[in-house]
Design a protein around this ligand. Structure first.
Ligand code: VGL
Ligand code: ZN
Length: 207
């Protein structure tokens, strides 16, 4: 059972969004080719889905500016611009993404007191989203992931997939992903590889 996990391909992370990832929209045609390829038995997408005033937003911390470090529930936290607020345009999937091909959507980041980069669990690892149980129940044995952003939500989702889905082959599709910071992207790819994630291109996934 082969699954594709599309991470946060939302307006908010594309060039006109509130937390734009450079060239974030360029993952859309690649993601569509993967969705339409017939290579996957199951297509899952995550959606960053914050309540207004979420604690990861700089605007919730007087005196803090976006992209500074701050604190959230006693832990260091990157202060983000307000982004992907539930039910807003910023939180919708990119309009060109073939969303009709998605079988299951996993929302995350609803708890205002903790951020959730991973589609599998909150950053403090206390609360699970239920995605691992869903993929296990579906009998998934191979998981390919891609999307936005490589150095945050894609990386943490890939590492959690390796840890929480023992026996499942996990691959990261590099050209179907974009990151926020070039040095962060390189470090993220190195870390994923070290932790057992195979790095591939979409041509490998489509082969
Ligand atoms: C993300 C920062 C904050 C992501 C989500 O999808 O990579 N990054 N929220
Ligand atoms: Zn977020």
């Amino acid at each position: 059972m082969k699954a594709l996990l599309l991470i946060d391909i939302q307006n908010g992370f594309c060039p006109d969004g509130n937390l734009p990832v450079p060239d974030g929209d360029q993952v859309v045609p690649v993601a569509n080719a993967l969705i339409d390829s017939g290579r996957y038995d199951l297509i899952v997408a995550s959606q960053d889905w914050h309540p207004a005033g979420h604690g990861s937003f700089a605007s919730a911390h007087p005196g803090k500016k976006p992209f500074e470090m701050g604190m959230l529930s006693g832990k260091p936290q990157m202060m983000w611009p307000d982004h992907c607020v539930q039910n807003t345009e910023d939180a919708m999937f990119h309009p060109d993404l073939n969303a009709s091909g998605i079988d299951f959507v996993q929302q995350k980041g609803q708890n205002p007191a903790v951020d959730s980069y991973s589609a599998f669990r909150d950053n403090d690892q206390a609360a699970l989203t239920g995605l691992a149980a869903y993929l296990r129940a579906e009998g998934v044995t191979a998981l390919d992931l891609c999307g936005l952003a490589t150095d945050y939500c894609v990386k943490f989702s890939a590492l959690d997939a390796v840890e929480m889905l023992p026996g499942v082959t996990v691959r990261f599709i590099e050209d179907a992903s974009r990151g926020i910071d070039p040095a962060g992207v390189k470090a993220a790819i190195d870390e994923m590889r070290t932790r057992g994630v195979t790095i591939i291109g979409s041509q490998d996934a489509l082969a």
